[in-house]
Design a protein around this ligand. Structure first.
Ligand code: BTN
Length: 255
């Protein structure tokens, strides 16, 4: 497995504090705990070689195979952490992952599968989990399937996911990918602070579901419609029988 060197990460990225753990239940749990401590130096990166209880959205588990990337970042939010801020922050993280991974796959399109999965060739390469916490701090957890052939992964992961090695034919350098994603995240967060609609537009350009019929579960109800893309303020635009709806939070029925 490609080694990680905190000094290299500190030297080359906006991160100011690195916790590199060999094994942890979930980097997200460690990061959320650190976020509650006022003295924690930010931005903090918590990165692990193995997660024994990685978590995804909607309480799903997240499988972290050997040689893959699992990390959580704690930082001051570039936007207010209310309803209108979080969708753009989480789409912004997806935009950063897409922009960092696309050059590694050249001709295979990497894009966003709303709400914020990153897919290529119809397979999930990366999942993102965003928590807003106290003190205007954000915790952004990112898992990236880098290496290996998923032979040891649970059956549902084998069917829906792929690693960069699967698609590119060779495993990329783990630390180089981590640094690449962190650099894109830094750039996206600056843009979010200055011109949030620009991130909505970039997310729209990465949208893989345009034209597809989607069923979205949102607060207590389900909405079905054809996807028209992502709005400038980070909502999923659906053309429904009752007209256009813009949805800011929810999950796709069936995944
Ligand atoms: C999803 O696809 O539902 C989100 C997956 C998020 C996985 C990452 S891996 C690093 C961090 N630690 C976790 O337990 N989850 C996130």
């Amino acid at each position: 497995m490609g080694g990680l060197h905190p000094s290299t990460i500190l030297r080359n990225t906006f991160v100011r504090n690195v916790e590199h753990l060999e094994e942890v239940t979930s980097t997200q749990d460690v990061a959320r705990q650190r976020a509650t401590i006022p003295e924690t130096t930010l931005p903090l990166l918590v990165v692990a070689d193995r997660q024994t209880a990685g978590r995804g959205r909607d309480d799903r588990r997240w499988w972290t195979g050997e040689g893959n990337l699992a990390f959580s970042l704690v930082l001051e939010s570039p936007l207010p952490l209310q309803q209108e801020g979080l969708p753009l922050v989480s789409l912004g993280a997806a935009v950063a992952v897409v922009e960092a991974l696309q050059p590694l796959l050249e001709s295979i399109r990497v894009g966003i599968h709303w709400p914020n999965d990153v897919l290529a060739a119809d397979r999930k390469l990366s999942g993102i989990l965003v928590h807003g916490t106290v003190r205007r701090r954000l915790v952004i957890g990112i898992g990236i399937n880098l290496a290996g052939r998923l032979d040891n992964a649970p059956a549902d992961v084998q069917v829906r996911a792929a690693t960069l090695e699967d698609l590119a034919g060779k495993a990329p350098d783990r630390e180089a990918v981590l640094i690449g994603v962190l650099k894109r995240l830094d750039a996206v967060f600056s843009t979010l602070a200055d011109d949030p609609a620009e991130i909505g537009r970039r997310a729209d350009a990465c949208c893989l579901q345009r034209g597809s019929l989607l069923a979205v579960r949102t607060t207590g109800t389900s909405v079905e419609g054809r996807c028209l893309g992502i709005s400038a303020d980070g909502g999923l635009i659906l053309e429904t029988p009752a007209g256009q709806r813009v949805i800011y939070a929810g999950s796709l029925a069936g995944g």
